[in-house]
Every structure is written in structure tokens, then in C-alpha cells.
Design a protein. Sequence first.
Length: 588
Amino acid sequence: MEDADLAGDTPVSGTRVARPGTVIAPSRPVTILGLDFVGLVFALVFFAWSLSPSLLPRDWVFQGIVSGFTSVTGYGVGVALAFPVRRWVAPRFSWWRLRYRFELASEIVVAILAVSTVISTLLAAANWQREVDALMGMPPTFGIAYLRVGLIILLIFLIVLFSARGLRRVARAIAHLLSVRLRLPMAAAHVIAPIVVAAAVLIFVDKVLLAGSSDAARMVFAGQNNGTEHGVVQPIRVERSGSPGSAAPWDALGLQGRTFVAGGLESARLTRINGAPAREPIRVYAGLESAADIAARVRLVVNELDRTGAWDRAILVVAGTTGTGWVNPAAAQSLELMYNGDSAIAAMQYSYLPSWVSFLMDRSAAATAGAALIDGIRQRWAELPQGHRPRLIVFGESLGSQSAESAFSGLGDLRRSVDGALFVGPPNSNRLWREIEDRRDPGTREVLPGYAEGLIVRFAAGKQDLAVPEPGALQTISDPWPLPRVLYLQHASDPVVWWNPNLLFTRPDWLTESPGADRTPAMRWYPVVTFWQVSADLVAAQSPPSGHGHNYEDLLPYAWAAVAAPPGWTSADSERAAATLTELRAQG
């Protein structure tokens, strides 16, 4: 029966002399159903690791995908580690009479330990999943459906296995061709052939699969960008881009742009909610099709701010958008509610791809657009007299935070340039965020770090982390937070914040320190496995309720109050605003 060795199945070279004059041929690797024994043991161990808890609850589909990829990775690791031992180490012990008995006993012991590990992990996995569910207030998801996990694992395992076998046969054929036709030594041919196959696979993936997927994604999402959400209609208020008097045409704003400018509370409703006369909130936006290039779109946004009178408002927020051009409606409504409409928000689309696609295919687009927009608005804003211009705040959520961060060389530049910043759920690759995390105060945790004792920038996972002294209250040396303020919101359970390719082989600090409030202490780092687990968590990042994962809606009113509260704002006002937003979300 054929070996399933992913690294090649060349028999062990060398011989063992049992007695004078008797030569015993080397043994081939032990196989089960054509699969390498050592590879299977490693696959079982990796499978057991994959059942351990991650940041978010996983249903059976995601569990199957995670376990499938981790199991086949474990099989490959086992085969790769066993091959040099069989090829070069084992023959050195050919003189040992008990060698094969020792090998058999070792294999039995290892198999028992691997199976025992899997069984014990399976028994614990249900409790782990229920623990994660309970942390997030979600109903238990672990049940009979998890029996289907095995089908997904088997499917992934077979696809990868037979693909690897096929590539191995191609490499052998190329090696044979090089040896026979080009007269290369067989050893050299077996070195060159895998390199040729690997190069061909990389070229195929890069030039065919990724390029084709990129083109297909652009076609699909470009079509979606031309649509309009149900119930969204063109605004008639002059304070909105896309209105009849706007230089930014309604049809050119894109799906998310149209939703943004048409949304929010009108002044009449703000007046009823706050019990005081409200102004009409200003929302300015430029879509990808609003102008020919980034520079032209920035000029359009600045002109729209001029047209709408945004420079006369109490606060102006420049919002970095996500890949599709999305601005969190809860963030916009929260700010407008807090300022009773005396506000302006400006945003610009740089892509119509979802954030994860944009992140993989064209990450630089977010940085370029964010820097251009903030610089363009800031230059116009700086021309105004200091006492006659709005507070200038930058905001960004998810990939939008990366877009907004890119306008500044560091914390000092940010605080010199604007009046504050609020960044929500920042991706782990954010340059400024990463620098702050790496230079955090000694003794503070990566999951919720301290920096310069909280005088420059702060981090929050819940409203308890946002305690700011009331107006007129006596401040102690431990609580002052001078303006301008920079705030990051990040949950311990947010995979967007913690996903990093380094998870493959490096244990991060956040998995060595005590966990945050909504991450189970049972989560551990395992090489390769944790990377796949957190990668799967990304897909479901926004599925948990508010306060967990990549969902920060419940925290936004308190975050705005901490960074840019209007004069006289109190914690009671924040509670009232949060309750109002909860009611608005419930009403749809």
C-alpha cells in the first residue's frame, strides 16, 4: 500500500546486520490505510489542540474548518519530522538487536497517549465552549451538531492529502526527466524537482488564483456598491452631501455613502430627545465615483464642508472608513446626540471591497486615502482663527482606524495636529497602535495597556475604563487626562485586534498574561493551531452581542464623552445618551 508521506516516501537507506552473514533489509515507515503513522499521531495531537477554546464561540462549521486545517498541518509536521530520523538517524542504530521491538513499543505508547489526549480534549471541549458562550451572554452552541465536525475534517484532510500526493508525483516525474534527458545526477534531480514544483504552485496561486479572485471580488462588490439599501432615500437637507444642492451627486456616493448621508436623526427629533433646540447635523461624504482621484475627492469633501457651513459647528469629526466606505451609524448618532446636532462628520470612500479583502489585496489604499483626507481638512481648518473653528477630532473603526492613523507620524504629531482621536477595534497591523503597545508602561498588560500613566493615550474595554472626572471636580494626580485625548477601544475577545500572522509560531504577550474580562482563561497558545483558530474568529467577529468581539456599540457614547464631551457634560448625560441609542437600535 502506498505511503502518504508528504515529504517523500524513499525507503530508509542502510541495513541492519542480525548475525554474521545475514542481512536484513531496512523497514519501511509504518502506515495505516496508506497514511504515515507518525503523521497520524501528530494530526491527532493537532486536532486535540484545535478543540481548545479561542476568542469567540465556534459553531460546528467553523470548528470543522479549524480542526481540518490544523489536523492536516499536524500530519505534515509529523511526516516532515519523521523523514530525516528514518533516513539518517535510524540507520545508525542498525546494530541494535532490540531496535524494532523498541520502535514498536514506542509507537504503541505514543498512539495510546495521542488517543487519550483526543478523548480527554473532546470531553473538555463542550465545557470550554459553554464557558465562552457564558462570558458573552450567548446560548450554548455545543451539541449534537458537532458530530458533523468530523465530515468537514475528513473532507479538508483528503483534499490536501491528495493534492500533496499529486504534486509529489509531478516532482518525481520532473526528477526522472532531469535525470534521463539532462543527465543530471539523481540526487541533484530530486533537489531541483521540488523547487520547480513549488515555484510553479506559487506562480499559479499568485497569477491565477489570487488575481482571478481579486478580479472576481471587484466585479461582485462593484455591483453591490452601485446599489442602495432598502429604505434609504436621497436627503433634501442642504447639510447633507448627495442632496439636490450638493456638489457630490447622490448616484456617485456608493452604497455605504448613500446610507451614511441619508441616516441619523433630524434636528426636530433631536430637539424632542434632548429637550433643547437642535441644529441639523452635517454629514459630508465623497464616494469613489464622486471624483476622478483621491486628491479630487479630498477637494470635494473640503468644498462640501464650506458649502454646509461645517466650520461654524462646535465639533468636526473626520472619519476613516472601512473597506466598503462604511461609517458606524452608532458612532455618528452618538456624537450628534451628544452635541444636539451642532456637529459635522466628514468621510471619504477609498474602496468598495469588504475590509478583510481590502486588507489582503490593497492595504495601502486605506492609508493613502486617510492621510490625504485628514491633511486636506486640517489645512483648511488651520487657516481659521483659533477661537472661531470647531474642535477637530479624528475617528476610525476597524480598518478605518488604520486609515485615520496613517495621517500622523506618531502620538506627538497626532496631538499637535488635532483636538483628539477615537480609534475603535484597531487591527493588529496598525503602525501607531503597535508602537504604543510595544512601548507600554512596565507591568501593564498588552490586552489593556497603560502608556505614560494615562496622560497621553488610554485604552478601554468597558465603561469602567473610561472614568473621567466630572466638570469642576477636584482632580488628583492619578486621574488627570489633559487635552487633546487619544483613546483606543479594544475587547480582549476581538479577533480583529489580536489576529497576526506571527501567531503561527510565536506566543503573543496577550496569551501569556492574565486574560481580559471576556476571554476565557482556558485559551492557550499552540503553534499553527492558534493562528487558524483566531483566523476563523475573524469571520464571526461581529456576531457576539455588544460589548464583545468586534462589537463596540454599547461603549461608543462613553468613549465620545471621554474624548470630546461638550462643556457641562456629565456621566448622567452619558447614561441617558446610551439608553437613547439602545432604544433607537431596538426600533431599527
